[in-house]
Write a protein that binds this ligand. Structure first.
Ligand SMILES: CC(=O)CC(=O)O
Length: 660
């Protein structure tokens, strides 16, 4: 539901606005390019009205290192297949490692019990150069795939930079993946190098993954070279064919960067793959570089004095976004362990201890801290924290308020929505507009984002399909093993040819902000009224009795419709009549009577992907009678046992409806 005139929670102080990168960029645009803009909205309007000038301005303003300067910006604007900066040659890693003379470390490595080390900027450059020299020595060539199963630790950052520096294509999974999940992804891309880890830690336990590494290797016949990172320092010698990472990053190799075409593949990320084999999403050196310069400097206001902490799994695109902060010279704080180690607000403890100026996390984590009654602003010294990025799912209104009450009254809280598909946001934070409760501050520069009604018209103040009407440089260059581009087209362009449909419901608000209402492909459409699940979660998950919820609407044979709401109760509560009524009332009041579900069911857990997205579509399919093996790929589920309850429920639901 859109609410006009949402309450302003934070207004950036004038001194902070005038010192921001985006204001400096605006001044430069006015004086050097004769493009005067007054505020964020006018800057955004200009950025999408002249994509060529906008993206060229990003290239020039940030002085991209390249061997051939751009002659043309957007050579072909058609989607899919837009062609950016043809003829230029550059390297993403070279541009990320250029800030070697700035003060402060490049990487601070943290695990559950404290710091495990720091890498200076010069050390990072040297380690990357030595690992890259090893890759060259063993015959890895531009375009070869380097696959890694590594946690969020410094060697992972070194390895992605080293692979990219020679033009090899990087692909990483987190070490908590099982063998099947790893094979599903890596067998497709036929890597020549596999980098593994002896183990990782989680909640005080040291988890040995050497068996998984061996089992994976057996199923990847293309791998010619293996490297092990001894993260836990587990006893025992490595088999002779496995190189020890620690030996490969020392030496005196000079940095050397292979300059590649703008659209040369940088890394392969994966779609969630909940209903099929995960799709390999391929991004380019140039696209990711320009996007990270723009987003980190202009939207997140980061520079060399910043320290960015995100305890993201390496399987989540947000980890790639963490590495990308090196593009503006910021320090990366990596984290290996449980994000809630010892106490729910442990991540704030890490922010305080290591002086993070920016903290990125999932909305669900902030809500967990809120529900746990934590007061990080009182318990820890968060005086250096300037901004928080909440992403992954919409942030409930109570959590927006909690951040300002319990974390800091003077922090720039941004809720950002984008995805693996573009390795950035489409809509989210900017440092010069007010922060309003429940609202993303606005579109990202250069992103022609619109909400379309059913007639395909752009609407304001109404819920519509989120579309991106013009290309962005960081859109995928292609999907892996998709020679005719069919899978790419089906993923984004099957509804509106030539226009990217992302699959989210949003509203563009009259005040310039945006609201995300949930996934449009899991839309609840009851009697012709389309509703986003996020509005229902907002009404339900703010109740103290409810820990989490999942709602779906399933079209059934013969025109039937079933809309169950699954709730996980907090300890000490029962789903009695009174609570059922309370939930219904909350939904009715905060949304509308049509949003009230048919049934409210107490469940042990909400199944999610490994990156914490609720599995609405697979659960909907189960309830529509799709066989479990078709409805869901279990290897992609964070806790496969959580799903079994829904499989049983769907069976019971079907036998009851057949019987009745
Ligand atoms: C930036 C994002 O939107 C990250 C995500 O896909 O969760």
């Amino acid at each position: 539901m859109t609410t006009p005139g949402r309450e302003v929670l934070w207004t950036p102080p004038p001194g902070r606005v005038s010192a921001s990168n985006i204001i400096r960029y605006q001044r430069w645009l006015a004086t050097e390019k004769n493009v005067p803009t007054d505020d964020f909205d006018s800057l955004w309007c200009w950025s999408i009205s002249d994509l060529d000038k906008f993206w060229l301005s990003i290239w020039e303003y940030f002085d991209v290192i390249a061997s051939a300067p751009p002659q043309t910006v957007l050579a072909d604007p058609r989607m899919p297949g837009a062609r950016w900066f043809p003829g230029t040659r550059l390297n993403w890693a070279e541009n990320l490692l250029r800030h070697v003379d700035e003060p402060g470390p490049a990487i601070i490595s943290v695990n559950e019990t404290g710091t495990t080390g720091e890498l200076s900027r010069a050390e990072l450059v040297a380690q990357v150069a030595n690992l890259a020299a090893h890759f060259r020595e063993i015959g890895v060539r531009s375009g070869d795939r380097v696959a890694a199963v590594l946690p969020n630790i410094a060697p992972t950052v070194v390895a992605v930079l080293a692979a990219a520096s020679i033009g090899a294509v990087w692909s990483c999974c987190a070490p908590d993946f099982g063998v099947k999940g790893l094979v599903d992804r890596f067998a497709q891309i036929e890597p020549t190098v596999l980098i593994g880890v002896d183990g990782y830690q989680f909640n005080g336990k040291r988890i040995d993954r050497r068996d998984v590494f061996s089992a994976l290797l057996e199923q990847l016949p293309t791998v010619r070279h293996t490297i092990m990172v001894r993260n836990l320092g587990l006893e025992g010698r490595l088999p002779p064919e496995v190189a020890d990472y620690a030996d490969l990053v020392v030496g005196d190799a000079a940095p050397q960067y292979e300059q590649v075409p703008f659209d040369h593949p940088l890394w392969i990320l994966y779609s969630s793959g909940t209903t099929g084999l995960p799709k390999g999403i391929v991004h380019s050196h140039g696209g990711i570089l320009l996007e990270s310069l723009k987003a980190n400097a202009l939207h997140y206001d980061l520079g060399p004095a910043d320290r960015v902490f995100i305890a993201a799994s390496t399987a989540w695109v947000v980890w790639n976004m963490l590495v990308d902060v090196l593009a503006v010279g910021a320090t990366v704080i990596t984290y290996d362990g449980s994000p809630t180690y010892g106490r729910p607000d442990h991540q704030f403890e890490v922010c305080a201890r290591y002086g993070a100026t920016r903290f990125g996390t999932g909305a669900a984590y902030l809500t967990l801290c809120e529900k746990g009654g934590t007061q990080p602003g009182t318990d820890f010294d968060l005086s250096r924290l300037r901004s928080i990025m909440s992403t992954g799912s919409p942030l409930p209104d109570t959590t927006w308020r909690w951040v300002y009450d319990a974390v800091s009254a003077d922090v720039h809280l941004g809720s950002d929505s984008g995805g693996t598909d573009v390795a950035t946001g489409f809509i989210g934070a900017n440092p010069i507009s007010p922060v309003r409760v429940g609202e993303l501050q606005g579109p990202y520069l250069g992103v022609d984002v619109q909400a379309w009604n059913e007639a395909g018209q752009a609407v304001v103040g109404e819920v519509g399909e989120m579309v991106i009407a013009a290309p962005m440089p960081s859109m995928p260059i292609y999907f892996w093993n998709d020679p005719d581009g069919n899978r790419y087209r089906e993923a984004y362009f099957d509804v509106y040819p030539g226009v990217w449909r992302h699959g989210d419901w949003i509203s563009m608000e009259a005040d310039g902000g945006c609201v995300v209402h949930g996934r449009s492909d899991s839309t609840i459409n009851r009697g012709g009224v389309r509703m986003g699940s996020a509005d229902i979660y907002q009404a339900v998950e703010t109740l103290p009795e409810i820990a989490e919820a999942l709602v779906i609407g399933a079209e059934l044979p013969h025109g039937g419709y079933h809309m169950p709401l699954f709730v996980v109760l907090r300890e000490g509560f029962d789903l009695d009549e009174a609570l059922v009524e309370k939930i219904r009332t909350s939904i009715r009041r905060q949304t509308s009577p049509r949003h009230v579900p048919d049934e409210i069911i107490d469940v042990p857990a909400v199944p999610t992907t490994r990156t914490g997205k609720r599995l609405e579509i697979p659960v909907k399919k189960l309830i529509q009678g799709v066989a479990p093996e078709t409805a869901i790929n279990r290897a992609t589920v964070a806790d496969a046992a959580a799903l079994d309850w829904y499989i049983d429920y769907a069976e019971r639901f079907h036998s009851n409806s057949e019987g009745g």
